[in-house]
Ligand binder design. Sequence first.
Ligand code: NAP
Length: 241
Amino acid sequence: MNGRVLVLGGTGEARRLAERLVAEGVDVLSSLAGRLADPRLPAGEVRIGGFGGPEGLAAALDGVAALVDATHPFAATMTAHAVAAAAATGTPLLRLQRPGWTAQPGDDWRWVDSLEAAAAAGAGYRSVFLTTGRQGLAAFAELTGRCLVRAVEPPSPPLPQRVTVVLARGPFPVEAELALMREHEVEVVVTKDSGGGMTAAKLTAARELGLPVVVVRRPPVPPGVPVVATVEAALAWLRAR
Ligand code: NAP
C-alpha cells in the first residue's frame, strides 16, 4: 500500500486495522470524534475532533491515498460525510463495518427503525435495560418504567425519569450480564444492532432469562460504497490499491 491511509475510527475494527497497517509500515492516520475523555487510542498517528463537515474532511484528504470509514454502524452522519468528501476529492473510499447480529432459536427480538420506536416498544415495562449508548437517550425521556442505562461515560440530560446509570466499557461476560439483569429485575433489553462480540453477551443473557430484546435496525450504507466486514478484507482492499 503506497501513500497515507486515513481511518475514520471509534471502533475496535478501526483500532485493529490501524495496528495491522502500522505493523506493515503503512503511513496511517486514525481519526476519532473526541466523544470520550479517555478513548482507547489506536496505534500510529491519531487526530481527535470533528473535521467541520464534508468540506473539512475533503480538505483533510489532501495527500491521502485511501479513506477507510471504520466508524460505528450507527455513525451515519460521518459515513455520509465520508462519501461526499471522497467523491469531491476522488479519494478511494472503503466502508469497514462488522456484520449485524442474527437472532437464534429462543430469541424474542423486536426490530424497530429508530430510538423513538424503541422507546415506544419499551413503554409499559416496569424495568428497561437501555444499552443504546450515551447519545440519544432523550428519546427515552417519557418512559415511566425504571431504566437501567449503561454507558462508557456519564450521559447528559434529558434522561429517562427513573434512571440508574452504570458506567462500564465492554466486553461484558454473560455471567455478569445475567447478574446485572437479575439485580435490576430487567423485563426488556433495548439495543442497537451494533454487531460484534464485545457487547453480544446481553443477547445471550436475555435469551437465557426469556426476555424480549428491542433491536434498532442499522441505517443503510450509502449506495455505491464498497463494504467489507473484516479487518482482513479491508487490508486486502488496501493492498490492491
Ligand atoms: P455521527 O453522528 O455520525 O457524526 C457526527 C459528527 O461527529 C460528524 O459530522 C463529525 O463531525 C464527527 N465525527 C464522527 N466520527 C468521527 C471520527 N471518527 N473522526 C472525526 N470526527 C468524527 O457520529 P456518532 O454516531 O456521534 O459517533 C461518534 C464516534 O463514536 C464515531 O467515531 C463512532 O465510530 C463512535 N461510536 C458511535 C456509536 C454510535 O452508536 N453512534 C457507538 C460506538 C462508537 P464533523 O462534521 O465536524 O467532521
